[in-house]
Design a protein around this ligand. Structure first.
Ligand code: F6P
Length: 255
């Protein structure tokens, strides 16, 4: 806490929380765009927060990406987390395996001694395939767990960067760019007013389901994500944001 005050970060946390309508903001010093160490520190803060919030027998839903993965890496066994069930918030979004929510849910379980379920769903489903999959018992089991989720942890990305990382077709990338999308979370692409302009069709938690969840934690930093964070957090209705100093200052100054 002392170090934070020296950097003026406590004041920044209060201002950013007010600006984005969040209950709590945690800011680590630095810029994740410049150094991977900063992402690890966000992960450490996130893991600490989850440890503090944990209740026995809870369900925690997670999305993918490198920042949620950094949080997973920092998790340690504690009694409440040992009885936690980790589940992927959404089916395949086109990420590399180690960035998939499935893998990250399993990593969290491994680190904490908790349990996990996977959702084996291919990326980019047709409507018929999605309807069929939703009738599968193993998908229904995960959907049931998602309905009981107490905490959701999710990443936030820049819209175009995410469309490219997911190997979307050139047409889809162009569509996302022209739609004015700036941020992405849960497979939803949002413009700077927080309106959904595009989405990945898959099973799992939909944006409108998030209202039922007790705590929604976003973890995202780096100056380049300022616009994305400013668009996504109010739209998702986040309670907590874990970010870095560079993103925080850019959001307050530029958005
Ligand atoms: O694809 C999963 C996801 O959480 C996206 O919703 C988000 O935009 C992205 O990953 C964040 O990834 P990273 O933390 O690597 O920037």
């Amino acid at each position: 806490p002392l170090i934070k005050d020296l950097f003026g970060l406590t004041d920044l946390e209060v201002r950013l929380a007010r600006r984005l309508g969040l209950k709590k903001v945690v800011i680590v010093p630095g810029d994740a765009d410049q150094s991977d160490w900063v992402k690890k520190e966000m992960g450490r803060s996130g893991a600490r927060l989850l440890r503090q919030m944990a209740r026995p027998d809870q369900v925690v839903a997670v999305t993918g990406g490198t920042t949620v993965a950094a949080l997973a890496e920092m998790m340690t066994p504690t009694p409440s987390l040992k009885s936690t069930m980790f589940v992927p918030a959404r089916g395949g979004l086109g990420e590399a395996v180690e960035l998939e929510s499935n893998y990250i849910a399993s990593l969290m379980a491994k680190k904490t001694g908790g349990d996990y379920r996977l959702m084996h769903v291919p990326d980019q489903l047709s409507d018929e395939a999605r309807e069929m999959l939703l009738r599968e018992p193993h998908i229904q089991e995960v959907m049931e767990l998602l309905r009981k989720a107490r905490i959701v942890v999710h990443g936030i990305g820049e819209a175009t960067k995410m469309a490219i990382r997911r190997k979307s077709s050139p047409d889809e990338v162009a569509h996302i760019q022209h739609s004015g999308a700036v941020g992405e979370a849960f497979g939803y692409y949002l413009n700077s007013s927080g309106e959904i302009v595009s989405r990945v069709r898959t099973v799992g938690l939909q944006l409108e389901d998030l209202g039922e969840i007790e705590s929604i934690i976003a973890i995202a930093g780096g100056r380049s994500k300022a616009q994305a964070i400013a668009a996504v957090c109010p739209a998702v209705g986040n309670d907590v944001l874990i970010t870095d100093e560079a993103a925080a200052r850019a959001i307050l100054e530029e958005t």
